[in-house]
Design a protein around this ligand. Structure first.
Ligand SMILES: [Zn+2]
Length: 415
């Protein structure tokens, strides 16, 4: 019954939004607090949306808004720079692998479900880095055929340390020609295998240089300080993970303008709490799980250190795999509660800075006239209680409402 009522409310409110749009009138959203993604905050303000774009922000509530959230906080849609939408648990209760007997349709549907789950959790843009299957998913969402966040994809990652610099350049070009938005390169081993550097300085220079020449960003998996230093000096755009990053390499990244995308806890917790899905696959051994247990306090300490590094551009990425899609905001809670990042800084990181890192500043990541109407409303104030980010009540992407739950926390809809 509750579901029926909720669906009815959603239908009615979506109808209100559609009719506002159909009549050519803008959609108005009033919230008790509006955060602009650049560190600014307004009380009782209105965001005006027209034809999928933000028209303006008014510093007062308008009369008869399309949507009203007096107890809610409106902010730009969140961005996750590191997910794996194609990663899911198969019908046998195991992490999906290429040879587990799942049909292409089952895998495609699982990817679509992960995308939808991520969108409903308030993430309106993601970079899915590490799967060729993300291309069709990106394009289906882009055409408006299925609901999901804006997706950027790297297609398959470059992992083969045996390739020559020239072969690596070829691998980069092949991905760009196939439609990759960015290039994912492994410069170190997995955290489960110790994280030591795998690609040489010359290989990294070739791969990241080719990506830059082709106008796409190279994001580099690197754990050890040596691999982070090498990737940074090679001019690679962004470093992923960095569990063993030292104060020295954090300062080097800051001085070179290299973006840093560390994970706080979700990735490790998800593997450890759901061992049965992963155990026995590849490096998911007893030693591998033990390495992840040891990584948790290190990861938190690295973020604490990164936050204290002047000028370091900290983006937000969770490395969400099977079981973690839709839980992305947990890592923002970890950043604030465990790693001591200021709530406003954590929010700016997951909106403006990550949009900038992905080359999307002119499209999303802040509330500004002309940008895509990618916005969410959460119940409560995340500046006081960061877990408010886990209580998403409204999701709009490019002007289209995907979630509206007016029953939470006294939010109401005026029609
Ligand atoms: Zn990953």
């Amino acid at each position: 019954m509750r579901l029926v009522r909720r669906s009815l409310v959603i239908c009615l409110t979506l109808a209100a939004a559609r009719s506002a749009a159909a009549q050519g009138g803008p959609i108005t959203i009033v919230a008790g607090r509006v955060l602009d993604g650049r560190g600014g905050s307004l009380k009782n303000a209105t965001v005006v949306v027209d034809r999928g774009r933000i028209l303006r922000i008014e510093p007062r509530p308008v009369e008869r808004p399309t949507f009203s959230f007096p107890n809610g906080t409106l902010l730009p849609g969140l961005i996750d720079a590191h997910v794996h939408l194609g990663a899911y648990v198969n019908r046998n209760g195991r992490m999906h692998t290429a040879d587990d007997g799942e049909t292409a349709a089952q895998s495609a549907l699982a990817g679509a479900a992960n995308a939808h789950r991520t969108l409903l959790a308030g993430f309106t843009t993601v970079a899915s880095i590490g799967g060729a299957e993300d291309l069709d998913l990106r394009d289906a969402i882009g055409r408006g055929e299925i609901p999901g966040p804006r997706v950027l994809t790297s297609l398959d990652p470059i992992t083969d340390a045996g390739l020559t610099p020239e072969q690596l350049r070829g691998e980069v070009r092949r991905r760009v020609a196939a439609g990759a938005n960015l290039i994912k390169i492994f410069a170190s081993r997995s955290i489960r295998d110790g994280g030591a550097q795998t690609l040489s300085d010359a290989q990294l220079s070739a791969a990241c240089g080719e990506a830059r020449a082709a106008g796409v960003f190279a994001v580099v998996h690197a754990h050890s300080p040596e691999s982070i230093r090498a990737a940074t000096l090679a001019g690679c755009h962004q470093i992923e993970h960095g569990v063993f990053a030292t104060t020295e390499v954090l300062a080097l990244m800051a001085s070179r303008g290299t973006y840093f995308d560390p994970q706080c806890a979700l990735i490790f917790r998800n593997y450890l709490d759901n061992r049965k899905w992963f155990q026995g696959l590849g490096n998911f051994t007893e030693e591998g799980f033990a390495a992840m247990e040891r990584a948790i306090p290190l990861a938190v300490a690295v973020i604490r250190n990164a936050v204290a590094t002047p000028g370091l551009k900290l983006v937000f990425g969770t490395d969400a795999v099977a079981g973690a899609h839709g839980r992305n905001a947990e890592d923002l809670v970890c950043r604030v509660r465990q790693a001591g990042q200021r709530p406003m800084d954590a929010l700016v990181s997951a909106t403006r800075t990550t949009a900038e890192a992905l080359g999307l500043s002119r499209e999303t990541g802040t509330l500004a006239a002309g940008l895509a109407a990618d916005l969410i409303v959460v119940s409560g104030n995340p500046l006081d209680d960061i877990t408010a980010l886990q209580r998403v009540v409204f999701v709009m992407r490019a002007g289209q409402v995907h979630r509206h739950d007016p029953t939470l926390a006294g939010n109401r809809t005026l029609q």
